[in-house]
Design a protein around this ligand. Structure first.
Ligand SMILES: CC(C)(COP(=O)(O)OP(=O)(O)OC[C@H]1O[C@@H](n2cnc3c(N)ncnc32)[C@H](O)[C@@H]1OP(=O)(O)O)[C@@H](O)C(=O)NCCC(=O)NCCS
Length: 276
């Protein structure tokens, strides 16, 4: 096994940056005192960096799932939920979800969809031919058959280079353990997908502390991002096995005049098939 930091010299700057990190953490603490209290999961590789979109990526070999076309995807059931591909007739259900401000204020968009047309564009991101570039699910309440959420890997992160998990639920369904149930089910479904070998450009911090095998492959990774304030989402990620490895502050997509603190989490989805 070759330490990745030796194979990829760019990674060196993610190791042993003690004083830099502590001054950055002081900065972060100052920032946080102006915001709500922050849940702090145990981070084994807690780092703090520049706005991450500026970090040079490194090339790694790994595996990724082959996203099956929607038409070939089977429904996946958990105790209370059905996870299935979106269909064009889900427009009203998705619009209902995307017009609840409690849900939307935590997304990059930060506001409700203006009208059905705006939701239609979002829905199109999950329908053919875009079903081949993302792996998102309509989340259906088994009891009523209603769409109560949306979640999955809606994109490959442009900053981190790995598939990124996201989820949102209608507010009437919060605090019942459903998001946690969804993520556990989704990870089981995700781990069971067929794999192919890939060469990717990834953010160096995502592979820091991991080792490549004799063929130079690193274990595949999934990332999740939350704002520092989104304690509930952080609990979900940590609860199913994600590791908090990076914090940073950058202009908020919802209002670029204001900075937002973001936490980044990673999971090795093939290291555990049964999650939790
Ligand atoms: C984040 C979201 C999906 C959570 O859904 P949920 O079904 O309520 O989550 P769960 O019931 O599985 O709860 C997860 C954990 O958070 C805790 N929790 C839930 N709501 C809470 C609250 N308001 N305050 C404190 N803790 C809370 C639960 O007790 C649980 O912790 P535990 O595992 O230690 O028991 C939902 O709030 C949502 O859709 N938010 C808007 C979109 C969003 O923020 N998405 C994530 C973007 S990163």
């Amino acid at each position: 096994m070759v330490p990745v930091a030796r194979k990829f010299p760019n990674l060196a700057r993610y190791h042993g940056r003690g004083s830099e990190i502590s001054s950055s953490l002081r900065e972060l603490t100052t920032y946080r005192t102006k915001t709500q209290p922050v849940y702090r999961p145990q981070a084994t590789h807690l780092e703090m960096g520049e706005p991450d979109s500026k970090t040079a990526l490194v090339s790694v070999k790994s595996t990724l799932p082959k996203w099956p076309p929607s038409a070939e995807r089977k429904e996946f059931t958990t105790e209370r939920l059905i996870l299935r591909p979106f269909r064009s007739e889900d427009l009203e259900g998705l619009h209902g979800l995307r017009t609840q401000i409690e849900v939307m204020k935590n997304t990059g968009q930060g506001r409700n969809d203006k009208d059905l047309d705006e939701t239609r564009k979002q829905l199109a991101r999950h329908l053919p031919p875009n079903d081949l570039i993302s792996f998102n699910c309509a989340i259906v309440d088994r009891a009523s058959g209603a769409i109560i959420g949306s979640g999955g890997c809606h994109r490959v992160s442009p900053v981190y280079g790995w598939p990124e998990i996201g989820y949102m639920f209608r507010v009437e369904y919060w605090r019942k353990g459903l998001a946690t149930e969804f993520v556990r089910g989704f990870l089981e479904l995700y781990a069971a997908l067929p794999r192919h070998e890939v060469e990717l450009q990834v953010h160096p911090a995502t592979v820091a502390g991991t080792a490549a095998d004799d063929d130079g492959r690193v274990d595949e990774i999934m990332v999740g991002l939350t704002t520092h304030e989104n304690v509930v989402s952080q609990k979900i990620l940590v609860g199913v096995g994600f590791e908090h490895f990076l914090d940073f502050v950058e202009p908020d997509l919802r209002d670029p005049e204001v900075d937002v603190g973001l936490s980044v989490f990673r999971l090795f989805p093939l290291r555990t098939t049964k999650v939790g």
